[in-house]
Design a protein around this ligand. Structure first.
Ligand code: NDP
Length: 378
């Protein structure tokens, strides 16, 4: 079992829940990192006593340095320092950073031969080929995302069995059943209310557009080496069945349980062992499970994700960049909700992409997508 971790993104939703799991099992965070929230990082540092903390935003170096000046905790800032933290020898690096910014520490952690418990799905969306190449060569990847943790669990001991398909479940988000016209009237407040999970702002928005499910399809393709058209997305409103695998003989093995991210976080840290649930116990009695197809003509982000992964090359990096840029414009009140899907699809259809995948072409695709969205937003 993991005894110490480097926790990237400790100030976020997954980061905070990871620290709760650490407390339960006496796992020591050696390094904690934040984006900008130095106040919370300071509180966490005083409570958990890591050797070092790092803020991604370089201009906040003096702020965090001053806050922790009465301690012997080392302080650093910037992307290079974040990557240095990810490369530090430890039992597990947890990457709970949001957005494509998480790709660099993912690469650093795997290149250093570390085991990486990955929540940052954007690493795999933008750089799947690169990241999986590294995980085969050096480090080891364990998924934290609940659906992928479920699939990972369904595959334990069955790696040699042929898969018919992966069944990736989706809650359907707050706009389940909406028509395209109804989507046009959606407000930011509605978009930020998820029916089941309590998460960071970006993933909550991505869940409302179903971009998150498109990202997860791509994540599943890379993690489980499965063709994209063998990943079937099914809307399961109850969020009880967290995903499943259908094998060659037609048997479907699924993982079910409470909708509590601490469960997959704990599994990633204690794998292959299981420990008592960190949350409430869960009963299947009197529960109903329903499964439906999502409507890709309403949720364009889902259709765009399939288009991007079927094209290959840096198309998924374009997808990720477009979704991040459109999401930011939505948060700034500059575009309505429904334009996010349109802009993501337009970017995939019109912006240039490369068949060659390396860090340079991924960065170029990311910049191209952001620029395309900015120029075509209104
Ligand atoms: P949050 O927004 O709650 O937290 C994100 C974390 O990343 C914060 O610590 C934030 O720091 C940090 N961060 C932001 N920008 C940067 C940057 N440029 N460089 C370095 N660090 C940065 O997100 P979540 O915890 O919800 O999600 C984290 C990841 O996990 C995402 O990829 C998400 O898709 C995935 N995930 C989340 C789930 C959930 O339930 N929340 C479920 C499954 C996957 P600060 O706040 O200090 O600025």
């Amino acid at each position: 079992m993991t005894k110490d971790i480097v926790l990237l993104g400790s100030t976020g939703s997954i980061g905070v829940q990871t620290l709760e799991v650490c407390e339960l099992h006496g796992i020591r965070p050696l390094v904690l990192t934040a984006g900008k929230n130095t106040a919370l990082l300071e509180r966490q540092a005083r409570k958990y006593r890591p050797d070092a903390v790092c803020v991604a935003e370089e201009s906040l170096y003096n702020d965090i340095k001053t806050r922790l000046s009465d301690t012997d905790i080392k302080v650093s800032a910037g992307r290079a320092a974040l990557c240095e933290a990810a490369a530090r020898k430890c039992d597990t690096v947890v990457n709970a950073i949001v957005g494509v910014a998480g790709l660099y520490p993912t690469i650093a952690a795997l290149s250093a031969g570390n085991t990486l418990a990955l929540a940052n799905k954007e690493s795999l969306v933008a750089g799947g080929e690169l990241v999986m190449g590294l995980s085969r060569e050096s480090g080891r990847l364990i998924p934290i995302d609940s659906e992928h943790s479920a699939i990972f669990q369904c595959l334990q001991g069955r790696a040699d069995n042929k898969i018919n398909k992966i069944l990736l479940t989706a809650s359907g988000g707050p706009f389940y059943g909406y028509s395209y016209d109804m989507l046009k009237k959606v407000t930011a407040e509605q978009a930020l209310k998820h029916p089941t999970w309590n998460m960071g702002r970006k993933i909550t928005l991505d869940s409302a557009t179903l971009m998150n499910k498109g990202f997860e399809l791509i994540e599943a393709v890379w993690l489980f080496d499965t063709p994209w058209d063998k990943v079937e997305i099914i809307v399961h409103r109850q969020s009880i069945l967290h995903s499943a695998v259908e094998f060659e003989d037609g048997s479907i093995i699924a993982q079910l349980g409470a909708a509590d991210m601490r469960v997959p976080i704990q599994y990633a840290l204690t794998y292959p062992k299981r420990y008592k649930t960190p949350g409430e116990s869960f009963s299947l009695l009197n529960r109903q499970l329903t499964f439906e197809r999502p409507d890709e003509s309403v949720f364009l982000c889902l259709a765009a994700a399939k288009k991007a992964i079927s094209r290959g090359g840096t198309a998924c990096a374009l997808l990720n960049g477009a979704a991040e840029a459109a999401g930011e414009l939505f948060f700034e009140g500059k575009i309505p909700f429904y334009r996010i899907g349109e802009l993501v699809m337009e970017t995939i259809d019109n912006a240039g992409f490369s068949d060659t995948v390396d860090l340079d072409t991924i960065e170029l695709a990311d910049r191209t997508a952001r620029e395309y969205v900015r120029l075509n937003a209104v």
